[in-house]
Design a protein around this ligand. Structure first.
Ligand code: GDP
Ligand code: MG
Length: 436
């Protein structure tokens, strides 16, 4: 038993400044949640470090609404990382040329159709779609179908093999036919390879796009980062399009890509339908990554276990012999929150017996609470005035027998003794635990 006791006390004394440790634990869980949401580990770590500093600086755990405050801190950090404001695309060219790049299957062709549709309907533009995927006839057909669905012309060259010249010819065609936006859909490969990079670089060189957008599948998670890096080195793109956010991905890749390549995310795609295109708003993505509720409950859990102010007040009261039934009631509430308190206290010689009768079950507490509630404020503050007559009245008020009141008085007495005993150096730490 002594071994167990030493260990328990070691654990307690090892807790040091409890507020900081609780914040640290919460932050660690937030970091885990971010990594689960596909945020790169290093990015998550840097971010949560800043969150921790801010949280401690703002005394999160003693604030009235620590859950909300903590969430706000994390949320604000996320928003800042993703670029606080939405950035639009450059449509100043005559025509404006937009190059779409990315791996095969990332959603380039689908996005090209959506973007054209969006510019036509929302920006009053007259777009031209250009099919530059010369390897797969089906890809050209796919763009044609999207074009006919949205009523947008598609420029193709049957049998042509040079994407750069197709793109150049398309821009010329657009000028001659009054198109003010040219959207160039390109071929991708399943993985980054040299030929693909050279080809897209060449197209980029020949058409000098006003805007180059890198399309990435949000479900590829961590891989998205390497792909983004490679395309950014080759094209120095202007913005990112994050697709397939209609799946159950949390979108953490957005955060990682943004902080690794330092380019804004401009659009998100949330489905296969032509309408499923959205402008990227950092605020909304932050909400999504956080799953809002999660963080609030994390922090609330931490706070429930800890209330420094209360602990200090209680300390003073015990020292001044002012511990009363109201404080006892508070203690009961604390103990109820930490189910395993009894086990811990049971290891302390002499205490185990004192609390043996206190069954740590909500039901048992209900009677105790009822009895305390039947006491007058004066009786709660100064239990010594409770005589037999008063006990009878209290018992009646609580719907209990006088023996129950006696038992409670006895427990209270023992608790008082125990607490004084605990004013010693080891007890002091124990007290801190008690009030959590
Ligand atoms: P590309 O190879 O980069 O041109 O990719 P595609 O545009 O052909 O898209 C590949 C597949 O993903 C197709 O089956 C699309 O319908 C699908 N897709 C594209 N964008 C989205 C999206 O935002 N959500 C969902 N669920 N599917 C998408
Ligand atoms: Mg395609």
């Amino acid at each position: 038993l002594q071994d167990k006791l030493d260990k328990a006390l070691q654990n307690i004394s090892g807790r040091g400044k409890i507020s900081e440790i609780n914040v640290a634990e919460t932050v660690k869980e937030i970091r885990r949640a971010l990594v689960d949401a596909d945020v790169n580990y290093k990015v998550a770590k840097d971010l949560t470090k800043r969150v921790q500093d801010k949280a401690l600086g703002q005394n999160v755990l003693t604030s009235l609404t620590p859950g909300q405050l903590m969430t706000k801190i994390v949320h604000d950090e996320l928003v800042e990382l993703m670029g606080s404001t939405h950035e639009g695309i450059n449509l100043s060219g005559k025509p404006s040329v937009i190059l779409i790049a990315g791996l095969q299957g990332s959603g380039k062709t689908t996005f090209s159709g959506k973007l054209a549709n969006y510019l036509k309907l929302k920006k009053n533009k007259k777009p031209l779609l250009v099919a530059c995927d010369v390897y797969r006839p089906a890809a050209i057909e796919q763009l044609k179908i999207l074009g006919s669905q949205t009523g947008i012309p598609v420029y193709t060259e049957e049998g042509a093999l040079n994407p750069s010249s197709i793109a150049e010819n398309a821009v010329k065609f657009a000028k001659e036919n009054g198109h003010d936006v040219v959207i160039v859909d390109t071929a991708g490969r399943l993985a980054i390879d040299e030929q693909m990079m050279n080809e897209i670089k060449s197209v980029h060189y020949f058409i000098k796009p006003d805007e180059t957008l890198f399309v990435v599948d949000s479900m590829t998670g961590q891989d998205a980062v390497n792909t983004a890096k490679a395309f950014n080195e080759a094209l120095n793109f202007d913005g990112v399009v994050l697709t397939k956010l209609d799946g159950d991905t949390r979108g953490g890749a957005a955060l990682t890509i943004r902080s690794v390549v330092e380019k804004p995310i401009k659009f998100i795609s949330t489905g296969e339908k032509m309408e499923a295109l959205d402008i990227f708003y950092p605020e909304r993505m932050a909400d999504r990554i956080l799953g809002m509720g999660d963080v609030v409950s994390l922090v609330e859990r931490a706070q429930e276990q800890f209330d420094e102010e209360e602990a200090k007040k209680l300390h003073k009261k015990i020292a001044k012999n002012e511990f009363g039934f109201d404080d006892f009631l508070k203690q009961i509430n604390q103990i109820k929150k930490m189910g395993n308190m009894k086990d811990l206290m049971g290891m302390i010689p002499g205490v185990g017996k004192a609390i043996k009768d206190v069954d740590i079950q909500d039901d048992a507490f209900k009677h105790i609470e009822a009895i305390i509630h039947s006491m007058t404020p004066e009786e709660r503050r100064r239990p010594s005035i409770i005589n037999t007559q008063r006990k009878n009245r209290i018992a009646k008020g609580a719907g209990r027998k006088i023996e129950d009141v006696n038992a409670l008085m006895k427990q209270f007495d023992q608790m008082g003794k125990m607490m004084k005993m605990m004013q010693g150096p080891q007890g002091k730490q124990m007290m801190e635990m008690m009030s959590k």
